[in-house]
Write a protein that binds this ligand. Structure first.
Ligand code: RET
Length: 237
């Protein structure tokens, strides 16, 4: 276990933001009776709850390790990947449920997502050579590209069955997801993981915190904002 440096400021902001998001979603979902709507709340509450725990673990140094690559010491927050391993499939599940995607599509998306995160953590922890880390990054990014391709296809297919407002909500969430998720491999390669050191740990941690808060609390907020739209979504076949 290593000790976090000045970047712990961002990790504490992340902890607080995720915890407040969790409390907000719990409060908003409290009186919701409809089972289908409750499902969106349950999934989204778990997403921010898991992230609060992961951020707390990182802020207090539990989620941090140091690896040495070619004589260079890198601080790696491995707890991010534990967080993402559970929360990114849940985010996809939220969208898949909204689009009433088939089980095959949902499993494909989750499968690719798990490959993306697992190969990402391998890339972050590999010590034998910087080049090998980039290869793992490439595999992980390829999984992301396939994932986004299938996601766009599934949502396009769903669009014909959706009412206007549900389609608008699905498109907005899809666009948010694409823009935010594509930023992760970029921050990774520019940050300490990528070993080129363009983005020091302090700024990398800030960037991931902003991305995580937007992709979880922001996404959940947009999804759960309108009960009327969620109601329409649960009624369509
Ligand atoms: C990694 C490793 C390098 C290559 C790729 C990655 C993708 C990560 C993504 C993470 C998404 C996280 C979210 C968190 C929510 O709070 C693992 C950085 C492609 C897409 C949405």
């Amino acid at each position: 276990m290593a000790t976090p440096g000045s970047e712990s400021l961002w990790l504490w902001i992340g902890t607080l933001g995720m915890a407040l998001g969790t409390l907000f979603f719990i409060a908003r979902g409290w009186g919701v009776e409809d089972e289908e709507q409750r499902r969106f709340y349950i999934i989204t509450i778990f997403i921010t709850a898991i992230a609060s725990i992961a951020y707390f673990a990182m802020a207090t140094g539990f989620g941090l390790t140091e690896v040495s690559v070619g004589g260079q010491a890198l601080d790696i927050y491995w707890a991010r990947y534990a967080d993402w391993l559970f929360t990114t499939p849940l985010l996809l599940l939220d969208l898949a449920l909204l689009a009433k995607a088939t089980r095959n599509t949902t499993y494909t998306l989750v499968g690719l997502d798990v490959i993306m995160i697992v190969t990402g953590v391998v890339g972050a922890l590999v010590t034998s050579s910087p080049a090998l880390r980039i290869v793992w990054w490439g595999i992980s990014t390829a999984a992301l590209v396939f994932l986004l391709y299938f996601l766009v296809g599934a949502l396009r297919e769903a669009a014909s069955r959706q009412t206007d407002s549900v389609r608008r909500l699905t498109t907005r969430l899809r666009n948010m997801l694409i823009v935010l998720w594509v930023a992760y491999p970029v921050v990774w390669i520019l940050g300490t993981e990528g070993t080129i050191g363009v983005l020091p740990l302090y700024w990398e941690t800030a960037a991931f915190m902003v991305l995580d808060l937007t992709a979880k609390v922001g996404f959940g907020f947009v999804l759960l904002r309108s009960h009327t739209v969620l109601n329409e979504a649960s009624q369509q076949t």
